[in-house]
Design a protein around this ligand. Structure first.
Ligand code: G3P
Length: 219
């Protein structure tokens, strides 16, 4: 399972890139707003900076609600960076836009996916990747990871090539569950990436190794 960073924070992206484990980045209007990024020009500049750091797909979300607007934005975004994935929501207008953009050869990350049916529609429309929002389903008392499991199983059964990217990841346990469910990608906030590294026994073990080494070396 590949790991993407789910953030528009340049510092976090730089730090994640240094680890050598980040294959892409996902952004959305909320994540951009959190970093004080606004307007198409500002979003474009930020996305270009991200693409200079990460050599992989960068997801950039449209902000139109109608298909014509999404298509125009998607075609524009496709020119911003070498490897854009245009994020389009799972709405009626969204599916119209996905099918047009996919026919143009533009990579689409179908977002706000909350059902297997939306994923099936996306596969037919030509989505490159679908993003089930795990945490937001958990938030309303449903099992978000069950959706990932079902989606992967149905895609496998139907030999669908569209990728499944677990999104709205809230903790390190979600990463293990997404990998076990067969997700191709998990997009994670930076704090989850660092949670994945941490284990108290690693820290304790390292401290002991260094202490023993110093004692043996007469330090
Ligand atoms: O990639 C989608 C993700 O950013 C949504 O996460 O935590 O806002 O539900 P969250």
């Amino acid at each position: 399972m590949k790991l993407f960073l789910d953030t528009a924070n340049i510092d976090e992206i730089r730090r994640g890139a240094e680890l050598g484990v980040v294959s892409g980045v996902t952004t959305n209007p909320s994540l951009a707003a959190k970093e004080g990024i606004g307007g198409s020009a500002g979003y474009r500049a930020a996305v270009q900076e991200i693409a200079d750091i990460i050599d992989g797909p960068i997801s950039v979300e449209v902000v139109s609600a109608d298909a014509a607007g999404m298509i125009a934005e998607g075609r524009d975004i496709a020119e911003w960076i070498p490897n854009p994935w245009v994020k389009i929501p799972s709405t009626e207008e969204g599916f119209k836009a996905i099918s047009v953009l996919a026919r143009d050869g533009i990579q689409v990350n179908q977002t706000l996916v909350f059902s297997v049916n939306q994923a099936l529609l996306g596969a037919n429309a030509g989505s490159t990747v679908v993003s089930p929002f795990v945490g937001r389903l958990d938030d309303i008392g449903q099992d978000g990871m069950e959706l990932v499991r079902d989606m992967v199983a149905v895609y496998r059964e139907q030999s669908v090539e569209t990728l499944v990217m677990a999104a709205s990841i809230r903790g390190a346990r979600h990463c293990v569950a997404a990998a076990a469910a067969g997700a191709h990608i998990a997009t994670v906030p930076y704090n989850v990436l660092t949670q994945m590294i941490k284990h108290p026994l690693t820290d304790a073990g390292l401290a002991r190794f260094l202490q023993d080494w110093q004692q043996a070396s007469g330090g």
